[in-house]
Design a binder for this molecule. Sequence first.
Ligand code: GYE
Length: 334
Amino acid sequence: MKLKKLAALAAAAVLSVSMFAGCGGGQSTSTSGSQSSSTSGKKKVIGFAQVGAESGWRTAETASIKEIPKLDPNFELKFSDGQQKQENQIKAIRSFIAQKVDIIALDPVVENGWDTVLKEAKDNKIPVIIVDRNVKVADESLITAFLGSDMEEEGKRAAKIIIDKFGKDAKLNIAELQGTVGSTAMVGRKKGFDETIKDCPNYKIIKSQTGDFTRAKGKEVMEAFLKSDGDKINVLWSHNDDMAVGAIQAIEEYGKKPGKDIFIVSVDGIKDMFQLMADGKSNGIVECNPLLGPQLLDISKQVLSGNLKDKNVKSKEGVFTQDQAKAELPNRKY
Ligand code: GYE
């Protein structure tokens, strides 16, 4: 026990040094809302370990989470950006434990590898709420609650947009841009999509590679796909909008018309993608809601008052096609 506490304190010290150095540990931590509960004895503190800043979806989620102290001044938020690295997120959790936060909220970059650090949180009696992506742990009691989307359902919805357009018997060569390997968003979306197209004997995924959910990598990987199979690909299935935005640039540079020569479907629903769809350059969006701050606050209050209503809370989302893009654009909040 003593050793563990020392390790946690050391991790906190390393973190605060890197904070003051400006970057250092490849991870940044910030606090919003005044005085922590550990010093004032009043405010409840949520420590949020974020994945990174890889996409428009992520930026919107971070902004929504940072609203928490404004929505309820009895709450303070400690926010850490893991820069897409699990090791940074583990350090952040250890620092939150050392700072004795009231709740740890984790948006995990990948699903596996959290057992040890979440056990440390449990040993220190700090409830853990998993947000957005999920974790796989042997002991479910390490998790107090989960809030996020049904990623498998999103993959199914993406496949259905394609089936609705072309029918089950069409001959299609599909290029797939995968999200971060081992993340729930990638694993779930792939599974849901693959299972749904099993009914379509001539749908073939001829290219499939990760673009790590970023525009830059989406573009780079699509360029490589086009170079080898540019004349064969007629559908692009992208696990998120940002990679599709990058891929659309690659398709245009290659001399093809995105949305016409290549039918494009992606997940998230960021404004940039709605704009591209309104311009006729993409064909379908499966919405994934990043505005999770208010729901996280609500669940945190339930947990702290000992009245958790539901251990698994799903966020609400829809599906949009090209004909709806112009009308929906002014309503987009992210
Ligand atoms: O779709 C993607 C982001 O985990 C749901 O992560 C999230 C995904 C989102 O990078 O844009």
